[in-house]
Ligand binder design. Sequence first.
Ligand code: HEM
Length: 481
Amino acid sequence: MDILTVVFIGLFFLMVGYRPPWWSKKQQICTSTSQIPGPISLPFLGTYWTFSWIGGYSLNKVHLFYKDMFQKYGPIIKEEALWNIPVISIVRRNDIEKVLKTSGKFPIRPPTEAIAYYRKSRPERYASAGLVNEQGETWAHLRANLTKDITSPQTIATFLPQVAAISNDLCALIKHFRQKDNKIDQLELLTRRLGLEVMCTLVLGRRMGFLLPEGETDIARRLRIAVHHHFLSCRDTYYGLPLWKLFHTSSYSHLIDSEEDIYNLALELVANADEATKESIIFESILKAQIDEREKTAAIVDFIASGIHTLGNTLVFLLSLISQRKDVQEEIAANENSEYIKACIKETFRLLPTAFCLARVLEKDLELSGHLVKAGNVVVCQTGLACRDPENFSRPNEFLPERWLGEEKSKTLASSTFLLLPFGCGKRQCPGRRFIEQSLPVILKELVQNFIISYDKKNVDISFEFIMAPVSPVQMSFEDR
Ligand code: HEM
C-alpha cells in the first residue's frame, strides 16, 4: 500500500466520522473543572441554592442529594462553594483509589474552617487548630506525639476488660429502662452514654458512672448535649453559606458555645483526676507528649469528643441491622469465632457508615472519569455510595455478613479495597480505629448474649449531623435471652 492510499483511507475515515477507541479516549479528557457536570452554579453563591427551598434538598439528608446527583450527571460531579470554588465528588472505585493513593507526607483533609478560626481567636487556650483540623508539619508533629499509645494493640488490650464491664452496665441499664413490652424508647441516648463512658475510661483511666441506673449525671448530660450541638454546628458552618466569616451567625455561636462547654467540662473531668487517671496510659502519654501545654487539653477534648457519637451511632446502626436477622444473633451468641462478629461489623460499616465520605485536597493533577482535575482542588470520595453500588457488591443493599466469610471472603475483600474505609485511609486515618475495632465486638457480644433484639422498622432512618446519625427516637425491643 503506498503512502497516498494510506492518506486516502485516513481521510475517508475522518470524513465519515469514525474514530478508533484510543482516539476518542484521548479526545474525551476535559481539561477544565468548569466542564465537570453538576447543579447550576450562580455567580458568587455557587450551588448553595440546592440546599434551600428552591433546590429541594436539606443538609440533614445530604446523602440523598449526592445519590441523585450521581444518577443525574454521572460518576463525577461538581458543586461550587462561595466565590465559585469547586468541590468535586467522585464515586468510581478507580477514581477514589487514585485520589487516596496520591496523598503525600502530609495529606490535607479540608479543615472545619470555623473551628480553626475560633481556636485561632483563643490563643490563651489553643496553640493550633488541633489534630483534626491542622495541616502540614504542625499536624505531623501532633500526630507523632499524640497517637502512639492510642493506636497500640498492647495498650488497647489492657482496656478490653473495662469495655466488657461497661457493656455489662449498658445491659443492666437497658433492663432498668425497658418498658413492659421490652421496648427501649430512645436507644441512641443510651448508646451515646456508653460512648461517653468508654471514651472517658480510655482517656482518663477511670470509670465515670455515666451508665448508672439512678440517672445520667449532670456532667454526662451536659457533655453529651454539647458534643451533639458541636456536630450539628460543624455541619451548618461547613456546608452552609459561610456568613460566619462576616458576623457571628447562630450556627457559629452554637459552635463556640459547644466548643467552650466541651472544653470546660473536660477540664472539670481532668481536675477531678484521681490516682487512676494519673496512672492511665493514654492520659500519661498525653501529659508527657513533647508538645505545647495548651495542645494537651485540646487533645483530651478532641479524643473524648471524637469517640462519643461515632461509637454511639455505630452501635445503633449495628443493632438495627442485626435486629432484622435472628439467625445472625444466634450465631453471634453461640459463636466463639470472632470472625463472624467482625463480619457483622464490616457489613454495618459498608451499609451504614458514620463517616460516609472522605475529603482530600489534591496534591497532584489527576485524570478522574475523563476530567483533568488540578492539584489544589477539593475532592470528596463518596465511599458510602460506592459501597452500595451493584458494580462493587452483589445485592448491595442487603445485610449479608456471610459475604465477608468463607468462599466469598476473598472476592469481597478485593472489591472493597479503597471503598470500605469507615475510618479513612493513609496517614490521616482515624487514630481511634484500632480501639473501636477491638471494642465493638466486645460490646456487641455482651448485648447479644443478654438479649434477643428486635426492631419494628426495616431500616433505621438516618440524618446527616456532620456524621451519620439515627433519627431520634430509635425504639428497639430487648427481650431476655
Ligand atoms: C466508630 C467510631 C469512629 C469512626 C467511624 C471514626 C471515623 C473517622 C474518620 C473517617 C476520620 C477521617 C480519616 C481520614 O481523613 O482519612 C477520623 C479522624 C479522626 N478520628 Fe475518628 N472515628 C471513630 C472514633 C474515633 C475515636 C474513638 C477517636 C479517639 C481517639 C477518634 C479520633 C479521631 C481523630 C483525632 C481524627 C483526626 C486524625 C487526623 O487528622 O490525623 N475517632 N475518624
